[in-house]
Design a protein around this ligand. Structure first.
Ligand code: ATP
Length: 357
């Protein structure tokens, strides 16, 4: 078993930066797990603390049944792949892959054959005698993965594994990495600030902010059911619409609009309560003609995203004027199919799809 369990894990750097703040997290055995969050939120520090490259200031890290909090990196049975791959430029691919085996004092013959086997699994057999400088970015990444795999560690730690590849190679490497992880079934934690990458690759994601975890869930959970407005605003290629609303019987009032109360809010809210209503631009339907009770406003921007457009409307959001004449306004974005785009200056209505708010 190689589940990873962190309890009240804290890291304070010299100078007082609290990079991890009493963080609790459990990563299951065999899971492909992403650490996601904005720059400086503590992702890399968490990865390095699991690896033993940073010493925790408080709390604990367990791998399986073992408390590894005070063990050096070499005793933790983890392998880390760095962002820049950290290959030895003067060594061949074969020697790079075999290097950790040499450190583990595996004899020369088994080293050679294990390195060749791992290289074969990663499609590197033809490149064993080359040096890193003679490889493409994608091939270098595979060598780094092969070096990490050669020792059959309990845990893989990957720091922004795809960030050095260009856009096309990155997609290819993403598919490759997902397949490889599935085949090996090794508990794998990877750091990324790219939410599309986290959603595409991970079994589960932890969204971090300021050294803490704001939500842990499957890609579907964090996308569909963000636990708070931070996660709602961070996940998704276009940010979720977040609109101030007031409970009005079994509806929500936003300006003069009346929206259906989301199913899971029934019984959770009281009449008159103020709350934030969140819905993704993909889950709103745009209408150029009047829809009674719908959010309505002037189209201010139309952005072409290829097969769809992102339309921004300026919507009254102040419910003191029941006719929508209040002074507070908010921007609402809606995805509109090709050919159905309005023009700036048009008046439009937007209707939430059921079960999506
Ligand atoms: P990025 O996506 O930019 O790599 P990150 O989420 O990985 O960011 P960390 O690198 O873990 O964030 O940094 C977390 C916080 O700790 C930041 O405020 C950073 O400035 C600080 N920090 C990181 N390393 C050190 C260090 N060696 N000494 C002091 N402060 C540090």
């Amino acid at each position: 078993m190689s589940a990873i369990t962190m309890r009240e894990l804290t890291k304070v750097y010299p100078g007082g930066v609290r990079a991890l703040d009493a963080l609790d997290l459990e990563i299951a055995d065999g899971e492909f797990f992403a650490l996601l969050g904005p720059s400086g939120c503590g992702k890399t520090t968490l990865l390095r603390t699991i690896a033993g490259l940073e010493v925790a200031s408080g709390g604990s890290v367990r791998i399986g049944e073992r408390d590894v909090t005070n063990l050096p990196p070499g005793k933790r049975d983890v392998a880390m792949v760095f962002q820049d791959y950290a290959l030895f430029p003067h060594m061949t691919v074969r020697d790079n892959i075999a290097y950790p085996l040499r450190i583990k004092k595996v004899d020369r013959r088994s080293r050679g054959s294990k390195a060749a086997d791992t290289a074969e699994e990663l499609g590197l057999s033809g490149l064993l005698e080359r040096r890193p400088g003679q490889l493409s970015g994608g091939q270098q990444q595979r060598v780094a993965l092969a070096r990490a795999m050669a020792c059959h560690p309990q845990v893989f730690l990957l720091d922004e594994p795809l960030s050095n590849l260009d856009a096309r190679l990155r997609l290819e490497a993403r598919t490759f990495l997902k397949r490889l992880q599935r085949e090996l079934g090794v508990t794998t934690v990877f750091v990324t600030h790219d939410q599309a990458e986290a959603l595409a690759l991970a079994d589960r994601i932890a969204v971090m902010e300021g050294g803490r975890i704001r939500q842990v869930g499957t890609p579907t959970e964090v996308f569909r059911r963000p636990a708070n407005t931070f996660v709602a605003g961070f996940i998704g290629s276009t940010p979720m619409n977040l609109v101030d609303a007031r409970v009005h019987g079994d509806e929500l009032a936003v300006g003069s609009a009346r929206l259906p109360l989301p199913d899971d809010a029934h019984g959770q809210v009281t009449d008159g309560e103020r709350l934030v209503y969140g819905i993704r631009p993909e889950y709103l339907d745009y209408s150029p003609t009047t829809v009674t009770g719908a959010l309505t406003g002037e189209v201010v921007v139309v952005e072409n995203l290829g097969s769809v457009s992102l339309v921004s409307l300026d919507v009254p959001a102040d419910d003191t004027g029941a006719d929508g004449s209040g002074t507070e306004r908010t921007s609402v974005q809606v995805v509109v199919a090709e050919g159905a785009e309005p023009e700036p200056g048009d008046t439009g209505w937007v209707v939430p799809r059921p079960g999506r708010a």
